[in-house]
Design a protein around this ligand. Structure first.
Ligand code: AYL
Length: 526
């Protein structure tokens, strides 16, 4: 049985992403597009579009050609979208890198994506230089995100690139097949992989989400989720900028700064991950701020507890906290409840988006399709499905079948009212505060420790619904390795959100006859 969306189909977008997003920028003109939440510095829609064209000309003059991969390596800033859309206008592909990446993690992504260029924030320059030191991946040039002229340490800035007198590149982009973005995701298994998203899949996903409720011109949203993750990238840049909204940008999450920004900028729309909903529901500081401007809060990227959502909504005097569901491989959305429905099903992740199909497959391996109210693996088909994983045809085939169905590795059911509920996950992926943690990556690291004979990492969820990576370690003979030593060993080598947060020692890692780690047994182990 195939569930179809109850919303009418939306048009497939036939434009390159920068045109799809910035096409009306001149019309929005002098209205603010981006506001630095700390300094108040503002870029208008017209200024954004002009800066993008100039920087694209500078990139082309520097040697960036159509099809090149450019790594964008920066915390959130108002300069981020200038670099982002200039890369698209130059015909290049952006691979977004976590601003928390270690030099080794950045080097790995540069190598895997074949990136020839890096655009780094000045604070991250040491990481970029360490990643590309002799012996590491070679890049042609490292640029910096400053909007002013700089030549900081000999590196050209976006400001310098803007000064180019070269022609504005007008590459012939085929939106249906050419890539716009290459974010990294581990999908259902293994190491992080480059997710090939075309201009069309991303831009059409905007139409699909906006069919439920588009932002209105001038709508003020707060961007505290990182732009390097697909959620921030699409929902906090492409979507509001296309509609003429205003994005107030914060570089990182700090509760006081966050609450101050909502109050001062009269924020209407908040897009967050579950830990922020937890803070809104429970933190005493929240009462000290005037948050009455908020019209909606949307949570996505990890499971949200229904009671917690209700507590937060009551405190904010909103009818409910809304949800979005999807994954990087879906550009990213397949469900949301950005609806006018005053009473969506509690705990649901929303309704199937326009032009999207859903199947619920029995988890017993029988291949049986299930119906309303029955729980199984969620399969999605639609224009937002990725083109595949870069350079990994076998992993692509394992994820998207011959008929175009993407197997999410999430388990859920659709209720009688057409709302989807996600109840479990049958993939390796761990979600720590909405961030992806790939067990395979941590396991490989742990196995590199001379005193570790075997290891497995799984997510363990606490009473408040927060999932944390926990390592199960088999010590080598004679080793007296401690929990702290294991935690420190991993922490020194990965971005902070990937840290192992608990360790248990075992005599042997439970495995199937075929040698697969029995993760479910570990998840329920004490
Ligand atoms: P990735 N409830 C439960 N689990 C969720 C939810 C949710 N609302 N959303 C995402 N997940 C889990 O690639 C699920 O396991 O993309 C899913 O397969 O980092 C995995 O996270 C995907 O993780 C939007 C805006 C979705 C953002 C997103 C989230 C993209 C996260 C729709 O409108």
């Amino acid at each position: 049985m195939v569930f179809r969306s109850e919303f009418p189909d939306v048009p497939i977008v036939e434009l390159p992403l920068h045109e799809a997003v910035l096409g009306s920028a001149e019309r929005y003109g002098s209205e603010p597009a981006l506001v630095d939440g700390l300094t108040g510095e503002t870029i208008t829609h017209a200024e954004l579009a002009a800066a993008v064209r100039q920087v694209a000309a500078g990139l082309a003059e520097a040697g960036v050609v159509q099809g090149d991969v450019v790594a964008l390596h920066s915390p959130n800033s108002i300069a981020y979208p200038v670099a982002l859309y200039a890369i698209s206008q130059a015909g290049a592909v952006v691979t977004t890198v976590s601003s928390l990446a270690t030099p080794e993690e950045l080097a790995g992504q540069l190598r895997d994506s074949g990136a020839r260029w890096i655009i780094s924030a000045p604070v991250l320059l040491p990481v970029a230089l360490a990643a590309t030191a002799p012996g590491g991946p070679e890049v042609a040039e490292v640029f910096l995100t400053d909007l002013g002229p700089g030549q900081l340490g000999g590196h050209r800035t976006l400001g310098d690139l803007r000064a180019s007198t070269g022609p504005i590149p007008e590459p012939r982009i085929d939106p249906a097949t050419d890539l716009a973005a290459l974010p990294y995701s581990s999908g259902t298994t293994g190491m992080p992989k480059g997710v090939m998203l075309t201009h069309q899949s991303i831009a059409t996903n905007l139409n699909q989400v906006d069919a439920l409720r588009p932002p209105y011109q001038g709508e003020r949203m707060l961007a505290v989720l990182p732009f390097f993750h697909i959620y921030g990238l699409v929902m906090l840049l492409h979507r509001p900028l296309r509609a003429g909204g205003t994005v107030v940008v914060l570089p990182k999450f700090d509760l006081e700064q966050f609450l101050t920004a909502i109050q001062e900028h009269r924020i209407e729309g908040l897009l967050v991950a579950p830990p922020v909903v937890l803070a809104l529901a429970k933190h005493p500081l929240v009462d000290r701020y005037d948050l009455s401007s908020l019209r909606y809060v949307l949570s996505a990227a990890a499971p949200l507890d229904a009671d917690l959502a209700a507590t937060a909504a009551a405190r904010l005097k909103l009818p409910h906290v809304q949800q979005g569901y999807g994954m990087t491989e879906l550009s990213p959305a397949c469900h949301t409840d950005l609806l006018v429905d005053p009473q969506p099903s509690p705990g649901s992740v929303g309704k199937l988006l326009a032009s999207t199909e859903l199947r619920i497959l029995a988890a017993d391996g029988s291949g049986t399709d299930l119906g309303t109210g029955e729980t199984g693996e969620v399969l999605i088909r639609g224009p937002q499905v990725m083109k595949g994983y870069l350079g990994r045809p076998a992993e692509t085939d394992a994820m998207v079948d011959a008929d175009g169905w993407l197997h999410t590795g999430d388990v859920g059911y659709q209720d009688e009212r057409g709302y989807l509920h996600i109840v479990d996950r049958v993939k390796e992926l761990i979600k720590y505060k909405g961030y992806q943690v790939a067990p395979a990556e941590l396991e490989a690291l742990l196995l590199g420790h001379p005193e570790i004979a075997d290891a497995a990492v799984v997510g363990v969820t606490d009473a408040e619904g927060t999932e944390r990576p926990k390592a199960f370690v088999v010590r080598a003979p004679g080793s007296t390795l401690t929990e702290e030593a294991v935690i420190e060993y991993v922490a020194a080598r990965v971005a902070p959100y990937k840290k192992v947060r608990a360790v248990a020692f075992l005599a042997a890692v439970p495995k199937s006859a075929a040698g697969k780690i029995l993760r479910r047994e570990l998840r329920t182990a004490r």
